[in-house]
Design a protein around this ligand. Structure first.
Ligand code: HEC
Length: 128
């Protein structure tokens, strides 16, 4: 009979320990989730991903335009001097308003911020 209370308190201690571990784990998760909305609010957009989603079907993942559409529509290599000689403003206007009859503008789809970042991305490609 003397062992029974001892055993019971062991279980109580174990249960408390378990609860503490659980609440710490949940607390950590809560913190982690709390950080997500800020990232999703676009504090930092993954511009490479935007390029891959929106532009690479024609311009190619590497920007060289070696895609079926790119070849058909004669897209220029974004690395080339012919493209890089444009000013930032000109590049921005191509991206925002489109160019020729085969590239539509992206202003309404992506907004001004992302269009500006895409100009930088095209510049980055030019350096590679
Ligand atoms: C439907 C295919 C298509 C998509 C999608 C597309 N483009 Fe284009 N892009 C073209 C074509 C075709 C041209 C050449 C237009 C011309 O000169 O007639 C072009 C031209 C350009 C130019 C100017 C280069 C030059 O001097 O000819 C830039 C910069 C550019 N695109 C960036 C982008 C970016 C950034 C995206 C994604 C937001 C994008 N494009 C999406 C087809 C596309």
């Amino acid at each position: 009979m003397t062992t029974k209370p001892g055993r019971a308190s062991t279980w109580v201690i174990l249960a408390c320990g378990g609860l503490i571990v659980l609440s710490v784990a949940l607390g950590a998760r809560g913190l982690h989730d709390a950080r997500l909305p800020a990232a999703q609010a676009g504090a930092k957009v993954d511009i490479q991903q935007v390029y891959l989603d929106q532009c690479s079907t024609c311009h190619g993942e590497d920007g060289r335009g070696h895609t079926a559409k790119g070849r058909k529509e004669h897209v220029k290599d974004l690395h080339s001097a012919a493209v890089q000689k444009h000013t930032d403003l000109q590049l921005l206007q191509f991206i925002e308003k489109g160019k020729g009859k085969n590239m539509d503008g992206f202003l309404s789809k992506l907004g001004p911020q992302e269009c500006k970042q895409l100009v930088n991305y095209v510049r980055e490609l030019g350096k590679k």
